[in-house]
Design a protein around this ligand. Structure first.
Ligand SMILES: NC(=O)c1ccc[n+]([C@@H]2O[C@H](COP(=O)([O-])OP(=O)(O)OC[C@H]3O[C@@H](n4cnc5c(N)ncnc54)[C@H](O)[C@@H]3O)[C@@H](O)[C@H]2O)c1
Length: 270
């Protein structure tokens, strides 16, 4: 169902890799709600070609951008302004990658070169995006920026490894930059802390099946789905949430505030 919540709004969506991606679902929902969208991803991810299917379905253009490159970021922002004929109203940062996890290095033995790259891709990139947008005056008054995060920023989930540190930094940048962008142009910046979800990035976490089943049992509403995550992000891009900024918003079926559930107690008693 569509409520026209984003009618007339324009935005950039980072990170739609395939149809499981949180960004993919969000792009479809934003389009259904009336938004005009530009899609972007790393050039290497775009070579897989999937993103073109999405672009066609939602009548979007695609502009490549490796989020670790200042030049790519500037190019994305300037080309987007040209395409839209002015500023944009929302941006979704749905980007994450851990080089140490990919190379099978445990948290206590990380390679610091890989670690720097992980932090750059998964967290500092949000700063680069906001700083470039601010410098180019690319986000309209009362615009909204959302980045996706995970509760490992607050609590230990051992197999989430260095990504926990990356998410803590991402959430800190959200608060710090959110302050400056609010003063400058009433732009709001928030993170959505999503339940574990079966996507390419999600399934890269060691022991993911156990992880997702545990979260399901520990969430009174059950794990939040990717489609529901997209719905929530739409509300944050809409004018109905204008005074929400600098927040980390849990979208997790109640997991973050649950000590234990009956289902987990029963499991422990077996
Ligand atoms: N899936 C989960 O369980 C879960 C839970 C909470 C938060 N998140 C977060 O949601 C976001 C989206 O992940 P997803 O689960 O949809 O997986 P995904 O693999 O579909 O998306 C990750 C995206 O990051 C992009 N990316 C990686 N390096 C990049 C670079 N250098 N430049 C530009 N883009 C780059 C990938 O191409 C991909 O599109 C991530 O920040 C992830 O940490 C995921």
């Amino acid at each position: 169902m569509s409520y026209n919540l984003l009618k007339g709004k324009k935005g950039i969506i980072f990170g739609a890799l395939d149809e499981k991606s949180l960004a993919w679902k969000t792009a479809i929902r934003c389009h259904e709600e009336g938004a005009e969208i530009i899609l972007t991803n790393a050039p290497v991810a775009m070579r897989l070609g999937e993103i073109n299917k999405l672009a066609e379905a939602i009548n979007a253009i695609v502009i490549p951008c490796d989020v670790t490159s200042n030049d790519d970021m500037l190019n994305l922002i300037t080309k987007s302004k040209e395409h839209f004929g002015g500023g944009m109203d929302f941006i979704l940062h749905s980007v994450g990658m851990s080089l140490n996890m990919r190379k099978g290095k445990s948290y206590t033995e990380i390679d610091y070169g890989f670690n720097q790259k992980t932090l750059d891709i998964s967290a500092t990139s949000l700063h680069r995006l906001l700083a470039t947008a601010m410098k180019e005056d690319a986000i309209n008054e009362w615009g909204s920026v959302v980045a996706l995060t995970y509760i490992a920023a607050q609590r230990v989930f051992p197999d989430y490894s260095e990504m926990a540190d990356a998410k803590a930094l991402l959430e800190s940048i959200t608060r710090s930059f959110g302050y400056h962008y609010a003063l400058k142009k009433h732009v709001r910046v928030n993170t959505v802390s999503q339940s574990p979800t079966r996507t390419t990035a999600g399934s890269g976490v060691k022991g993911f099946d156990g992880f997702i089943n545990y979260a399901e049992k520990m969430s009174p509403l059950g794990n939040a789905t990717a489609d529901d995550c997209a719905n929530y992000i739409v509300t944050l891009f809409s004018d109905l949430t204008k005074y929400v900024t600098m927040q980390n918003l849990f979208h997790d079926g109640g997991f973050s505030f649950t000590g234990v559930t009956q289902s987990v107690i029963e499991q422990m008693e077996k």
